[in-house]
Design a protein around this ligand. Structure first.
Ligand SMILES: Nc1ncnc2c1ncn2[C@@H]1O[C@H](COP(=O)(O)OP(=O)(O)O)[C@@H](O)[C@H]1O
Ligand SMILES: [Mg+2]
Length: 267
């Protein structure tokens, strides 16, 4: 794989909080145009990894490049240039509750393009709202007036506000019912295809892994212990991977996929 096909490259990452070492010697590559699933037990450092990649958490050691540019210790203007090129849906996906959906979507646009006039901002926000499958009248609503699934879509609309090349999603389907989660997966896949996105998807949801991920990275023992297709991972002899994919939830996900509601292999 040519280096310029790597959208994210992490080498020798170390993160710690006081005495607690979260990552040590962590390496990871994310390829252009793929949906990479990131899994691992609770507290293994999935969110911290994402925060390190986007420059919100300064690591103790290691190298991180995104689009070939280092993201650690960037100058302010370099940071702005690179942050325009990615969108982030944080865990919990918190929208600003005092802003409407459309105003939420406008937040990153105003931050990076303060010169845009209100009419254009409105147009861009309406377009993003519809693009994420929300009804057009969702724009003027407040987050509290929306269902959980609609709030996730609004968060996604905000993450896509700047037409990013790279999308970070931290547990986007957590808290949704299976139908809502499958619909969100479908949306992620279709946006990834139409916009040519690279997606870094942290998830607990085995259905999502089967349905939309090209490869899956497994976090355990403070590092990425394996990356590959689900079949490749299952062929490895690792107790956590074995338990995760072959345990009851893993079997249920396979059954869902085989019943034709999953989307794996649709390409
Ligand atoms: N800002 C912080 N300060 C102290 N400890 C933190 C901080 N952020 C995360 N941690 C700790 O780092 C570990 C990994 O957290 P996190 O990345 O959120 O896990 P997860 O894999 O569930 O997303 C946890 O033990 C968490 O308590
Ligand atoms: Mg997390």
């Amino acid at each position: 794989m040519a280096e310029d096909d790597l959208v994210i490259r992490v080498r020798g990452l170390k993160n710690s909080f006081g005495e607690q070492v979260v990552h040590e010697g962590l390496d990871l590559d994310v390829r252009r145009g793929e949906i990479l699933g990131v899994v691992g037990g609770s507290g293994t450092g999935k969110s911290v990894l994402m925060r390190s990649i986007i420059g919100l958490q300064v690591p103790d050691e290691g190298e991180i490049t995104v689009f070939g540019e280092p993201t650690i210790d960037l100058e302010e203007n370099q940071a702005t240039e690179i942050r325009k090129r990615w969108g982030v849906l944080f865990q919990g996906g918190a929208l600003f509750s005092t802003l409407t959906v459309a105003e939420n979507v406008e937040v990153p646009i105003k931050e990076f393009y303060p010169e845009l006039d209100a009419t254009l901002l409105d147009e861009i926000a309406s377009y993003k709202v519809v693009m994420t499958g929300l009804p057009p009248d969702a724009g003027p609503k407040y987050p509290a007036e929306l269902s959980g699934g609609m709030r996730k879509r609004a968060g996604l609309a905000r993450a896509l506000a700047l037409d990013p090349e790279l999308l970070f999603l931290d547990e986007p389907t957590a808290g949704l019912d299976p139908i809502g989660a499958a619909a969100f997966d479908e949306l992620t896949l279709s946006l990834q295809r139409t916009m040519g996105l690279t997606v870094f998807l942290i998830t607990h949801d085995l259905d999502s892994l089967y349905a939309i991920c090209d490869r899956v990275a497994v976090l355990a023992d403070k590092k990425v212990i394996a990356v590959g297709t689900i079949d490749e991972l299952i062929a490895l002899d690792h107790p956590w991977i074995e338990e995760y994919f072959k345990g009851p939830r893993g079997r249920a996900a396979v059954a869902t996929q085989e019943a034709g509601t999953g989307k794996a292999g649709a390409d």
